[in-house]
Ligand binder design. Structure first.
Ligand code: FES
Length: 129
């Protein structure tokens, strides 16, 4: 099974890894089939994702897809970011070997959860801030 250079580069040097203390929104997604788990944190300014971080317990492909997802989402209007799909993430990485395609299915879902969490909080829902 061969990973593309882009996948390897994002795995070795993941962008936006880490967490945000008291984020504006956070979302999680897991894959019960392998136990991998992703958490996305966002801060929002002027309706755009001003900061995004991720923490993951996962395989190299999941780390690379999470990294590239944060690059796709950072700076985007939140409603535009809600349109990011698993396929967008896969394409941004230049694809994955067939047995690892499922690893690209955590990022968009976790991002969408984080945005919905932000929207809920900003509309008067429970906030940790
Ligand atoms: Fe679980 Fe890659 S093996 S996400």
């Amino acid at each position: 099974m061969l990973y593309s250079d882009r996948v390897i580069e994002h795995f070795i040097n993941p962008r936006n890894a880490g967490y945000i203390a008291n984020p504006d929104g956070e979302g999680t997604m897991g894959d019960p089939s392998c136990g991998d788990y992703l958490r996305i944190y966002i801060n929002v300014k002027d309706s755009c994702i001003s900061e995004i971080k991720f923490e993951i317990m996962g395989c190299p492909a999941a780390i690379a897809t999470s990294s590239v997802l944060t690059e796709l989402a950072k700076g985007k209007n939140i409603d535009e970011a809600l349109k990011i799909t698993d396929l967008d993430v896969l394409r941004a990485l230049g694809g994955l070997p067939d047995p690892k395609v499922h690893c690209s299915n955590l990022g968009a879902g976790a991002l969408h959860q984080a945005i919905w969490n932000y929207k809920k909080r900003s509309q008067g829902g429970k906030s940790t801030k």
